[in-house]
Ligand binder design. Structure first.
Ligand SMILES: [Ca+2]
Ligand SMILES: [Ca+2]
Ligand SMILES: [Ca+2]
Ligand SMILES: [Ca+2]
Length: 392
């Protein structure tokens, strides 16, 4: 990870030509992109082209709650359209789906129209009211539509009034510890942060001069439980962690998994033990291998789910049950399944929380948009942003 030679500056307006082209097709002050023919999937080939970096490796998407755009399936596919095409390690046949305490409720349209960021959509609570907001990262600015608990109403507000995105990735996490999610632009030469003021993203600072980027993924999550999101750079040979001081990362950092950990269905970082410190979960075909965080390193690894649990579309980790412990979520072509964590293991049975397909054309996300303490299921389509709330 870090080393890196890049010199790309976040604010450099590169690729003017491309931007100009984009300008024609988007913006207009309104995030109402008018649904062009989707060539979605990978958000930004043009961005990579400008980095001058060639060691991107297998970029996976970072946060459990922020996932890669998926495919071309419409949201809200009726339960009948199950496609069995892909192999999944998923739902162990023994499982049953009875007695759900919670599930994802009816489909709700929260934007009433297209809301798509040129460089992706993200969901994080940027104003600290406990409800995750809808963020559209454009190449010109970052726009926010605050949640009011039942929708993401207009207006969409420009929170940067300037170009701010990372050529490697743009993330949102509370790195300062005030419960407001901040904007982070990941560049090869640094981690640029603009802290949320509650109504915009403030002054930019480089929180890790020299750069700190994972070849596999770069994730911002609280690893030591102090309320400030730290940075995790996942490389083939290790999981490098640099803690947040509240005003920068590191500079000390260490490899929490010497020798490295890689997994067929991805490696994720989320607090599945419920102690406030994010753990490392390696999703393999034969299990969910958990490395519990001890604050300055991981404790002994163990397989929490022999038999495996992974999604055909994506696998994610978020607290959908509302007990403060992140749960495992598998988005399959046929349905969305939840495997709840009890803090020391996963429940024996997974549950079907949607009773039918629920796949966003531009990605599935899990975040608590209505502030009831349970992460909700978000599907970003070309036409709108849909929510199915974790209820009750
Ligand atoms: Ca909010
Ligand atoms: Ca921390
Ligand atoms: Ca939970
Ligand atoms: Ca919720």
């Amino acid at each position: 990870m870090r080393r890196r030679t890049g010199k790309a500056k976040v604010l450099i307006v590169f690729n003017t030509l491309f931007l100009a082209i984009l300008a024609c097709s988007s913006l207009g002050g309104s995030k109402t992109t008018d649904t062009p023919a989707p060539p979605p999937a990978s958000t930004s080939p043009h961005i990579q082209a400008t980095t001058g970096s060639n060691d991107r490796g297998e970029d996976q998407h970072p946060d459990a709650t922020q996932t890669q755009p998926t495919g071309n399936q419409p949201t809200n596919i009726p339960p009948t359209s199950e496609s069995q095409s892909q192999p999944t390690p998923l739902p162990p046949s023994s499982a049953s789906q009875s007695n759900r305490a919670t599930e994802f409720g009816p489909l709700e349209d929260w934007t009433k129209g297209a809301y798509i960021g040129e460089d992706g959509n993200k969901f994080a609570d940027v104003n600290g009211d406990g409800m995750a907001d809808a963020i559209a990262v454009d190449f010109t600015s970052i726009f926010v539509r605050l949640s009011n608990g039942s929708e993401f109403p207009l207006p969409h507000v420009n929170w940067t009034n300037d170009v701010f995105y990372g050529t490697r990735q743009t993330s949102f996490a509370d790195v300062t510890g005030d419960r407001l999610a901040d904007a982070i632009a990941v560049e090869n030469d640094g981690l640029y942060v603009r802290p949320s003021t509650g109504s915009n993203f403030g002054t930019m600072a480089n929180w890790f001069p020299g750069g700190f980027v994972g070849n596999v993924s770069t994730t911002f999550v609280d690893m030591n439980g102090d309320g400030k999101a730290d940075v995790v750079a996942h490389d083939e040979d290790g999981v490098y962690v640099a803690l947040s001081t509240g005003s920068r990362f590191g500079p000390e950092h260490s490899n929490w998994v010497p020798g490295g950990v890689m997994a067929k269905y991805g490696v994720y970082f989320a607090d599945i033990t419920g102690d406030g410190m994010a753990d490392c979960i390696a999703v393999e075909a034969d299990g969910l291998y958990v490395y519990p965080s001890a604050g300055a390193g991981f404790g002994a690894m163990s397989n929490w789910k022999p038999g495996g649990f992974a999604g055909e579309v994506i696998t994610a980790f978020a607290d959908v049950t509302g007990d403060g412990i992140a749960d495992a979520i598998a988005v399959d072509n046929a349905s969305v399944y939840v495997l709840a964590s009890n803090g020391s293991g996963f429940e024996p049975q997974y549950e079907d929380w949607t009773q039918g397909a629920y796949i966003g054309e531009r990605g599935n996300f899990f975040a608590d948009v209505d502030g009831n303490g349970k992460a909700d299921a978000i599907a970003v389509d070309w036409a709108s942003v849909y929510i199915r709330r974790a209820t009750p």
